[in-house]
Design a protein around this ligand. Structure first.
Ligand SMILES: Cc1ncc(COP(=O)(O)O)c(C=O)c1O
Length: 508
């Protein structure tokens, strides 16, 4: 432990040590129950005699900051005695003012606070049914099976997996993905697949590789807030392409390409977050044709084709991309565990080489141990088994959610019918604001994600996202009952206010 001591100060050395430790405890840098270093050891580190440290510890115990256990040592008290106020700091150096040092990118991110909060989920609890998850249900995780494959790969390949590794990824996983993607119509050789730390790193690498400050980026509206944030943080100006009935509107897309020549177009065609909608084949064909004609890449944020709720999954754009315009982003986050931080990019060699170089600069490579474990998990067909199980469960929850909405919502409320993914977008009656409604909803025991942060250039205040994936089936109807009650109460208050406003005779 480093405790700066000033021998020229009038304050005695034991008091300086005591004051420093009190501050560390007060600021919870030393947490309750932590054992303080042995007096002999700390005295050696600080170059003082042992009695000096012992005196400091005795004072800490006397003032309630620490407890001494005979024969065991001195420990930070579980709860400092009331009235235990830390001594004033020994030296108060002028703290560095960081605010003037932030890069342009960090400033943009800081200003985008609302969007950051939107994607921070509110967990379900005993009291609150939370539809704000947007993530797989950890109660369905195949944790034991994964632990077993992790043990196996460490036993068999430990030394090479724990060494630095090539940036492109674990070759058997790239080969597996090459075959796996064929199921969804994507043809990619292993060397056309780059392993990354989740889709999120994919966005970052693509932005690094393609965007200069001031460039235009076309992006579907609404869309995933963290994708928006990445492109903006690289200085891009976002141009929105609104979703219509069948996907992002191709005629708007074409107009934007003609007027602004954006660097890329980002969309989620197969299971759109927040609506759960999928692009119709004819719209997909048009988007691809327009992009190829204008030579603009499409960044396709894919959702695993095993999780869909119609008769068959929508084909990814990448599967029908004849012009080589699509860079596909895939992830194990939704179908397996987000905590793996494991995803992949598929693209033509020309861009993939650049993305790999950017990846190498960012973090050298993705954990080979995790890649090998996931490969083993997939090869043993454990992923297929798990995917079948969760797809059935998520489909059940989606269907319960839709039934509850039909049964309980007032007539002016509308919502999307998800064909894939984990959520839907609900639109409130006119005049209502989802951000304001959230606090009232939490008080009634239900949570959701306000929709506004999913909208690129404002709007969406009347919308909210409901995720069904991590709400237990047995709580969905009750959660929607609470939400419907909240909406009805807010609507009644709104109507009351409107009546009063109408009744007030204008002064002329
Ligand atoms: C549409 C979309 N893209 C990307 C991500 C991030 O995924 P990953 O965990 O693979 O980084 C999410 C996470 O919720 C998402 O909803």
């Amino acid at each position: 432990m480093n405790i700066p001591l000033d021998r020229d100060k009038p304050m005695a050395l034991p008091r300086q040590i005591q004051a420093h430790l009190e501050r560390l405890i007060h600021e919870r840098l030393l947490t309750p129950g932590t054992k303080l270093p042995a007096t002999r050891e700390l005295a050696r580190q600080l170059g003082v005699n042992r009695g000096t440290v012992a005196l400091a510890y005795e004072e800490l115990v006397a003032t309630g900051w620490a407890r001494a256990h005979v024969g065991q040592g001195t420990f930070v008290a579980e709860r400092p005695a009331s009235g235990a106020v830390p001594a004033p700091p020994v030296a108060t150096p002028v703290a560095l003012d960081w605010s003037g040092l932030f890069s342009r990118s960090a400033q943009i991110l800081g200003a985008d606070d609302e969007r950051s909060r939107a994607v921070t989920p509110i967990p379900s609890s005993g009291a609150v049914v939370s539809f704000a998850g947007g993530m797989p249900d950890s109660g369905l995780f195949p944790t034991d099976a994964f632990r077993r494959v992790l043990n196996q790969v460490i036993r068999e390949e430990g030394p090479s997996l724990l060494q630095y590794y090539p940036a492109g990824g674990y070759p058997p996983l790239r080969r597996y993905l090459s075959t796996y993607l064929l199921r969804f119509g994507i043809e990619a050789r292993p060397e056309e697949i780059l392993i990354v730390n989740g889709s999120q790193q994919g966005f970052d690498l693509i932005a690094r590789t393609l965007i200069d400050p001031g460039d235009f980026v076309a992006i579907e509206q609404p869309t995933y807030p963290r994708a928006m944030q990445v492109f903006r943080s690289f200085g891009a100006q976002l141009l929105s392409v609104p979703w219509g009935e069948t996907g992002p509107r191709a005629e708007v897309f074409e107009r934007l390409l003609e007027r602004h020549a954006p660097k890329l177009f980002y969309c989620q065609p197969s299971a759109h977050n927040p609506t759960g909608l999928a692009v119709a084949p004819e719209t997909a064909r048009r988007l691809l044709e327009v992009a190829a004609r204008h030579q603009v890449p499409i960044i396709e944020d894919g959702f695993d084709g095993s999780l869909f709720y119609g008769d068959s999954p929508t084909l990814p754009l990448k599967a029908v991309d004849r012009g080589g315009v699509v860079v596909y982003i895939g992830t194990f986050s939704k179908i397996l565990f987000p905590g793996l931080r494991l995803g992949w990019l598929v693209g033509p060699p020309q861009i993939l080489e650049r993305l790999q170089a950017a990846k190498q600069l960012a973090d050298l490579h993705t954990s080979a141990m995790i890649q090998a474990a996931v490969h083993r998990f997939c090869e043993r067909k454990l992923l297929d088994r798990h995917a079948t199980r969760v797809a059935t469960e998520y489909a059940r929850r989606r269907s319960l959610l839709l039934t509850a909405l039909r049964r309980r919502m007032p007539a002016e409320v509308t919502w999307t019918e998800p064909q894939g993914g984990f959520s839907l977008l609900l639109t409130l009656p006119s005049g209502m604001d989802a951000g304001t409604l959230l606090q009232q909803a939490i008080e009634r025991g239900v949570a959701f994600t306000p929709g506004a942060p999913f909208f690129v250039d404002g709007g969406g205040q009347r919308t909210l996202r409901l995720s069904f994936s991590s709400v237990a089936a047995g709580r969905i109807d009750e959660g929607i009952r609470r939400l419907a009650e909240t909406i009805k109460a807010a609507r009644a208050r709104l109507r009351g206010r409107e009546r009063i406003e109408r009744a007030v005779v204008p002064v002329v």
